[in-house]
Design a protein around this ligand. Structure first.
Ligand code: SAM
Ligand code: SF4
Length: 484
């Protein structure tokens, strides 16, 4: 997910969910007087230095939330957030290296920077590219001052102090930590929905994936600390929380309460003021009936599960080291489909993994038909440094990967269109989270995480939960009208 700022409206582009919403800037900044441009001399969370920062985020929701926490650390130190790198003393890029294209983006940003660089500007590279490339970044872009991977964010205040003290080269690149990145202050970028990381890192070893290398080992956050933050969020007016983790359902409570993931979901949903709880991403191996039972029991647990399959072929899944077979995965889907209320299921798929035959690919297509996903994020396999798949023989040519991706996306598009068309005529509760420039046009999200654009004669709907009847359906979103 990333966000781009356009005039007085902030557009959130969400990936893996792949949709965008517009939110008025004043709605976002009003909760943060410092960020809203309060004079630097007024004492708001120590806003006295007059120094400014800009942060751009690439990649997943976890990166987006990490950036919110980094922004919180900076605001707490007296920095003020600005909207362009040109206006900033401190420029941070929070990077993603999951696929090669994503990793290249940051170097293209850094390249642009060189040309218009102001003397005295400090540039920092955070996140997965920082972890992956380490100090080599200083060689490729000597104007960079800070390189810090996500497993070292706890050290960020110290690293910032070093920068403020005049040190021009600081790094935080350790991954052997059991600490999670919690901050006293988080600058949240969405007015109604709050992200909350409950587990960091990853202990799985998928053959294609850089995450265990760039984010370090799994570290779960103690349940009392999670629940305390959820209570604070509810008090601050947030009604929806999204629990985050690369394998969120592998959560293991390190506190004496030893809550299971499903128990934690129920406890979060039980916090007064919280109307919706989401969680992403679930790993199929750790997805159990207890989670579906929790969703069944409590309407605040949203009817949506993101359960990446990656391939429909057991042979490829084994080569990917995914730790489940096609059949075992389909059993998890059956558990979800047997829930008492319809629960939407979305997935991630990689095509063109080394050695993937035409038959393997056909198995992925047939799995789409069986699973009937409500959404799928599909990617061409991208060989990544430090991953076991890099050494695998029989690479699939780029052109063939492209062909398979196009076929798969077309098949899935048809499935989504058909599934969404069955919703025409039904009314759903949506959280209104965007307003279109067109008069009377609003955007909301259903509990199943579908985008529902609708018309209403009412004003000031942002942040409200209202009923909307679906009148039209496309593969990626629904259109409807407010039921008054
Ligand atoms: N932790 C999640 C899981 O286990 O499914 C997802 C992590 S990753 C940020 C999001 C998605 O990127 C993965 O589900 C996978 O489909 C895709 N991905 C990861 N590595 C990739 C690679 N080397 N090439 C192509 N796609 C990749
Ligand atoms: Fe990567 Fe696999 Fe961990 Fe997901 S479970 S983050 S795909 S290694």
């Amino acid at each position: 997910m990333g966000s781009t700022r356009q005039g007085a409206v902030v557009r959130f582009v969400s990936a893996p969910m792949g949709h965008s919403i517009d939110v008025r800037l004043d709605a976002l900044t009003s909760a943060f007087p410092c960020a809203a441009g309060a004079p630097a001399t007024k004492t708001i969370a120590g806003c006295a230095s007059g120094q400014t920062f800009y942060i751009e985020t690439f990649g997943c929701q976890m990166n987006v939330h990490d950036s919110e926490k980094v922004a919180g650390v900076l605001l707490g130190r007296g920095y003020r957030q600005v909207e362009t790198p040109e206006a900033a003393h401190l420029v941070f890029y929070n990077t993603c290296s999951i696929r090669e294209k994503a990793a290249q983006k940051v170097f293209s940003r850094l390249g642009q920077f060189k040309a218009g660089q102001d003397a005295g500007k400090l540039i920092g590279v955070l996140g997965c590219v920082a972890q992956q490339e380490g100090e080599q970044i200083f060689e490729r872009a000597p104007w960079v001052s800070l390189v810090c991977g996500s497993a070292s964010y706890r050290k960020l205040p110290e690293l910032l102090a070093e920068l403020e003290g005049g040190n021009r080269r600081v790094t935080g690149l350790e991954t052997d930590t059991d600490e999670t990145f919690e901050t006293e202050m988080t600058r949240r970028d969405h007015p109604f929905r709050a992200y909350l990381t409950i587990i960091e890192g990853c202990d799985k070893a998928c053959a294609y994936c850089v995450v265990p290398y760039t984010r370090g080992p799994e570290r779960s956050r103690p349940s009392p600390s999670v629940l305390e933050e959820v209570r604070q969020l509810a008090d601050a007016g947030y009604s929806e929380v999204q629990l985050l983790g690369q394998t969120v359902n592998s959560y293991r409570d390190p506190s004496p309460r030893r809550m299971s993931f499903a128990e934690l979901l129920l406890a979060v949903a039980g916090v007064a003021g919280i109307r919706r709880v989401r969680f992403t991403t679930s790993h199929p191996r750790d997805f159990h009936a207890e989670i579906v039972e929790a969703i069944d029991a409590v309407p605040a647990l949203c009817d949506h599960v993101h359960l990446p399959v990656q391939s429909g072929s057991s042979r490829v899944l084994r080569a990917m080291q995914r730790t489940y077979t096609r059949e075992e995965y389909l059993e998890k889907i059956a558990l979800i489909r047997a829930a008492r209320r319809p629960v939407s299921v979305t997935t991630d798929i990689i095509v063109g993994f080394p050695g993937e035959t035409e038959e393997d690919f056909e198995e992925t297509l047939s799995l789409l038909d069986l699973a009937q996903y409500d959404g799928a994020f599909s990617f061409k396999f991208s060989p990544r440094p430090n991953t076991p798949a890099l050494a695998l023989a029989d690479p699939i040519p780029e052109e063939e990967k492209g062909r398979r991706l196009a076929i798969l996306q077309e098949r899935q598009r048809r499935i989504q269109t058909t599934r969404n068309e069955t919703l025409i005529g039904q009314a759903f509760e949506v959280l209104v989270d965007g307003q279109s420039r067109k008069e009377g046009q609003w955007a909301g999200r259903t509990s199943s995480n579908r985008v529902l654009n609708f018309t209403s004669s009412r004003e000031s709907l942002l942040g409200n939960y209202i009923q909307v009847r679906v009148t039209r359906a496309g593969p990626n979103s629904l259109v409807g009208e407010h039921v008054i």
